[in-house]
Design a protein around this ligand. Sequence first.
Ligand code: FES
Length: 104
Amino acid sequence: MHTLCQLTDIPEPGAKGYEVEGRKLFAVRYRGEVYVYENSCPHRSIPLEWNPDQFLDYDKLYIQCATHGALFRIDTGVCISGPCVEDSLSPVAFQIEQESIILI
Ligand code: FES
């Protein structure tokens, strides 16, 4: 169990990147829900963002890879546009306790 952050650390809608014991992750808050994924694009297995915490597209409707522009659904992590369509981001198991995101 590892406390990733407080919910209030992440804007809604918005995202934030973390490194936990060498593992790159990011958390998204969107429409009242929280999602945590490995920060690795399934296209090239590289981090999604070029700028810190810049994981969402301009309209904050999708997760976007900065390298080749793949778009992923926030709720499922499935790629709907770009070079890795139908591939998915890897979800990370977590629970919310007392307004904190806890990795399990
Ligand atoms: S590395 Fe993410 S779309 Fe190519």
